[in-house]
Structures are given as C-alpha cells and as structure tokens.
Design a protein around this ligand. Structure first.
Ligand code: ADP
Length: 168
C-alpha cells in the first residue's frame, strides 16, 4: 500500500495537497489550521472567506499560495462529544470527501494531519482506525496511483498509525 507515516510539520510537505483540519468558518484557528494559514500567507484566508464556510464532515479545496504543496484541502472534523452524535460517521466523511477531491483533481499525493485529534478531542486510537480504514478502502477502489502520507506532530500519534497499519 502506498501509505507513509511521518513525524513533523505538515506545512513543509511538497505534495499535491495537504489537508487542513479547519473549523466550519474556514477563517483560521489554532493548531494545524493556524500553522497552515501562517505559512500560506493572507491570500489563503481571502480565498477561504470567499468560500464562506464548510459544514462538519465536508471538504473544500483552495490554492496553497506560499506553501510547497499545490493545494490545500480544508475539512471540518467533528468535535468529540462522547461518540453518540455520529462523530465517527462525520470523521469518516472528512477522509472520504478529501480523498474524493484528491481524485477529482488528479493529485499524486496527499498529506493528512490527525483530523479532530487536537482541540476537537477525538480519542486518538479510534480516530486513527477511521483514517486508516478510509484510506485503505479508497486505495483499493482508486484506479490512479496516489500516495498517502499521515503527518503527525507527535511521535506517539505516529506510533498509533504504524500499529494500525501493521508497520511495526
Ligand atoms: P482539530 O481542531 O481538528 O482537533 P488541531 O489542529 O487542534 O485540529 O489538531 C489536529 C492534529 O494536528 C493534532 O494531532 C495536532 O497535534 C496536529 N498538528 C498541529 N499542528 C500541526 C502541524 N503543523 N503539522 C502536523 N500536525 C499538526
């Protein structure tokens, strides 16, 4: 499978698209969202403002401006409320919608952060299982070669992905 796990900063990845764990306003925030907007520059915020928002579980694509990636795919993960509000379905939808856009744009590579695993509080192992399942399903159905990179800020998170992928 064309899946890699890395520890580091997603903003330096020279891929077809990096995924932003955005909030529904698309007007920037903390965590990975803040890092992406800081590196991309103010034109990214201007384009996001024109889009006007994105519901939880959906995704939209913009240019990447000063980032080394070609595009940014913004997706809005669920806030964890205990699991009874279809958080799992919404998180799965984030991955599916991002991968659909990558396919539509003919991208050769896409880098994901751990969507919802920061301030949105999703339990890490459960979120990683959803991410890996979504990506594996996509790769078995996709006719084009596309490389998937899970970029983790913390080594402990990378270990969870590697475990889920049986990489060690
Ligand atoms: P959410 O609001 O969806 O929880 P956060 O940005 O708070 O999003 O966190 C999502 C994940 O992104 C967390 O695991 C966090 O450690 C990680 N993260 C934060 N900054 C970066 C970065 N520059 N590159 C990659 N991952 C990052």
């Amino acid at each position: 499978m064309n899946i890699e796990v890395k520890v580091g900063d997603i903003t330096i990845e020279p891929v077809g698209a990096i995924v932003n764990a955005a909030n529904s306003s698309l007007l920037g925030g903390g965590g990975v969202d803040g890092a992406i907007h800081r590196t991309a520059g103010p034109q990214l915020l201007a384009e996001c403002r024109k889009i006007g928002g994105c519901p939880t579980g959906s995704a939209c694509i913009t240019k990447a401006y000063k980032l080394p990636a070609d595009y940014v795919i913004h997706t809005v993960g669920p806030i964890w409320h205990g699991g009874s509000l279809d958080e799992a379905g919404q998180l799965r939808s984030c991955y599916d919608e991002c991968l659909k856009l990558a396919d539509q744009y003919g991208l050769k590579s896409i880098a994901f952060p751990a969507i919802s695993c920061g301030v949105y509080g999703y339990p890490h192992a459960a979120a990683v299982a959803i991410a890996v399942n979504a990506v594996k399903t996509f790769l078995t159905q996709c006719s084009e070669e596309i490389k998937i990179i899970f970029v983790c800020y913390k080594p402990e998170m990378a270990d969870l992905y590697r475990k889920q992928l049986n990489l060690k």
